[in-house]
Design a protein around this ligand. Structure first.
Ligand code: ADP
Ligand code: MG
Length: 322
């Protein structure tokens, strides 16, 4: 399928998809069994494939928004999912349907819910789990960046888990704001949730892959402290906190956090995008590898077992340390 709208392509939207968009009613193939989430333009419902009994998440995306035809944006979200199909850290697209109102993306089901729940819970995750989840997030982000894609809406609500307890593997979802880099045009106008977006977005400065790494820093902060680093009492105050990089590391919340964790977060929450480490550079940070032996080995990020980018192992130890 090719997108006619040139403006869409100019704005970094992808127009080509492979998954057929079926016009038959999805209710004849799936039974809808509940609601999983809801956003401004989308509802996500739990559904069961009748033929197999398998559970999926169906994201109903409204085609008309604010009186405008937004089908191109929805097709774009689908195309980005397809572009990341080989990476297991990105939620898999199973099928697509179209009704008068919506395009429905039938997605792999992440049964463990949002990592957000682990950021606001009384009981925070042990750091060994947090570092594993951050490593997996970085694997996904690295894959996207290698494909010249930026997510631009990474936050604890858009990082899901395959199982809740013990926490399973992460799945990155919600590619509504994702863009292909290098396209000319309106890459400046995209606005995520103020609490989680980088200063360059608030200042309408150019967006790069570094924008996503800011968000990884915010997510890591929230997982280790249970608090949102920039949230103010109102939007105004939050904006100010972000653009001044007003982060407090000395507070009570950090009393039980390792020094390596603080170092990792400090390297990401810096104002100048070019001073933030890349996803690949982050993967070599010692915080991410210190407690890995406490956990069982994890499967490779590859879905297919081949051509899915980098396989990460701990950086070699400094012989001086021994
Ligand atoms: P929006 O664009 O409205 O934010 P999302 O794609 O982020 O839509 O989905 C909204 C919420 O629905 C998510 O935060 C999550 O709680 C839930 N959700 C989305 N996709 C899945 C999935 N594949 N499995 C389980 N829950 C999901
Ligand atoms: Mg979302």
């Amino acid at each position: 399928r090719r997108l006619d709208s040139r403006s869409g392509l100019a704005a970094g939207l992808l127009g080509e998809t492979q998954t057929p968009v079926s016009a038959e009613p999805m209710e004849s193939v799936y039974e809808i069994t509940g609601e999983l989430g809801r956003g401004k333009f989308a509802v996500v419902k739990r559904c069961v494939e009748k033929a197999t009994g398998k559970v999926f998440a169906a994201k109903f995306l409204r085609k008309r928004r604010r009186g405008r035809d937004c089908r191109a944006e929805v097709i774009h979200e689908m195309a980005v999912l397809e572009a990341a199909r080989n990476n297991a850290r990105v939620v898999n697209l199973h099928a697509a349907y179209e009704t008068d109102h919506d395009i429905v993306l039938v997605l792999e089901y992440a049964a463990g819910g949002e990592i957000f729940d682990h950021c606001v819970s009384e009981e925070l995750l042990p750091e060994a789990h947090i570092t594993r989840l951050i490593r997996q997030t970085l694997e996904g982000v690295h894959y996207l960046h290698q494909s010249n894609l930026v997510h631009l809406d990474l936050k604890p609500q858009n990082i899901l888990l395959t199982s809740l307890s013990p926490p399973g593997d992460i799945k990155i979802v919600d590619f509504g704001l994702a863009r292909r880099l290098g396209a000319v045009g309106e890459l400046r106008e995209i606005l995520g949730t103020p609490e989680y977006v980088a200063p360059e977005i608030l200042n309408y400065e150019p967006i790069t892959t570094s924008t996503d790494l800011w968000s990884v820093g915010v997510i890591a902060y929230m997982l280790v402290t249970g608090e949102s680093p920039f949230a103010g009492d109102d939007k105004q105050e939050t904006y100010l906190n972000v653009s001044q990089v007003n982060v407090d590391y000395s507070r009570e919340a950090f009393s039980r956090v390792s020094e390596l964790a603080v170092d990792f977060i400090r390297k990401l929450l810096v104002k100048a995008p070019e001073d933030r480490p890349s996803a690949a550079e982050c993967m070599t940070h010692p915080w991410l590898w210190q407690q890995q032996l406490c956990l069982s080995p994890e499967p490779a990020a590859s879905r297919t077992g081949r051509s899915c980018g980098t396989k990460w192992t701990a950086p070699p130890e400094d012989p001086e340390d021994k």
